[in-house]
Design a protein around this ligand. Sequence first.
Ligand code: FAD
Length: 355
Amino acid sequence: MKHSIIVGFGLAGFHYAQQLKAHNKEFLVIDKPKNSASRNAAGICNPTVLKRYTLAWKGSEFLNYAMPNYKRFESEFETTVFHPLPIHRHFFSAGEHNSWSVASQEEGLNSFLDPIFHTKSTDGIKRNFGYGSVKNVGRLGVNRMLDTFFTALNLNQKLEESFDYTALEKHKEKIVYKGIEAKNIVFCEGFGLKNNPWFNYLPLVGSKGEYLKIKAPKLSRKQIIKGGIFISPIEHDLFWVGATFNPKDKTNAITSEGLKWIRNKLETLIDTPYEVIHHSACMRPTVTDRRPLLGKHPDYNNLYVFNGLGTRGVLMAPLLSCWLYDLIHFKKELPQAVAINRFEAYFCKPNKSYV
Ligand SMILES: Cc1cc2nc3c(=O)[nH]c(=O)nc-3n(C[C@H](O)[C@H](O)[C@H](O)COP(=O)(O)OP(=O)(O)OC[C@H]3O[C@@H](n4cnc5c(N)ncnc54)[C@H](O)[C@@H]3O)c2cc1C
């Protein structure tokens, strides 16, 4: 009997599979490669909120767990997936210099915000009112990491198909899916949770993000730029640029408004020729209260969910996967902020509207 069946192989499914692998537990990953959030993400790992100059919720704690995790992956698979790069937060008024200086002295933030701000221009980047630099951050090559791990799995550890919810047999001590037995099943479906008959009561609202890939041969690759949007180097002369944040539109369709909005922001930041080579859109798995969704189904002992990574999957998924492992194996209580039992009222009244 397997230990777990994992449905969905984005950042959530990957990190939970990693936990099981590290503890020598057998698992099966079921994933139908689609337009997943993880495969569209810029991969930026940033524990700060650069709009308000605060730390993200448990930002340092998540980062301290995530970084050694990615390093371990790199040495185990002899590859490079994490690229340390500063984020240059561009200013659009002189008043922002003061806010930056104040924030950079604050406990917690002072590990990331360099107090000295810069006014000189870099290749292809407009000077505007200069920028402040965020250190100890970077970019994860998410696709490379997922592909490396998935390719290395044995054939009895992966199934490339859409999960058939009607084929799941639920017993007291185990679950059975198409003849495959496991102690439990963990749903890591991102926005696909909407189709899950057991967990779709949870208030996953989703926020669409449109982004571009551009070719800009003369643009500096030494930093990630933040100024309304992110501009992040990918490889060669390619850059990831975005993203919009739209909680109303629940489709993966690209729009001319999205394209225009991103290009306008981009052109306030760079002054070098560029060519748009790709425009795409995907739903982020965001939750009404902006916290992840972890835990056991209220009625079924061996059905679990790992979702709600929102805009910071790269940062949060490693430690969250550890919390979920400890819940399942040691019955260790989850931090209340992420436990799905905070939405018990939605389970009791499934028609309650939250969108
Ligand atoms: C445009 C954009 C930019 C982003 N940039 C960043 C960033 O820079 N940094 C950051 O930290 N986060 C970023 N995010 C957010 C990040 O992508 C998410 O937090 C994270 O990837 C969510 O991971 P997940 O595994 O929960 O979901 P997903 O990545 O969506 O994975 C879910 C997987 O489950 C599969 N699945 C679903 N249902 C089924 C089923 N029934 N059967 C089989 N398979 C199924 C899907 O095909 C998919 O492979 C960004 C998101 C977007 C959209």
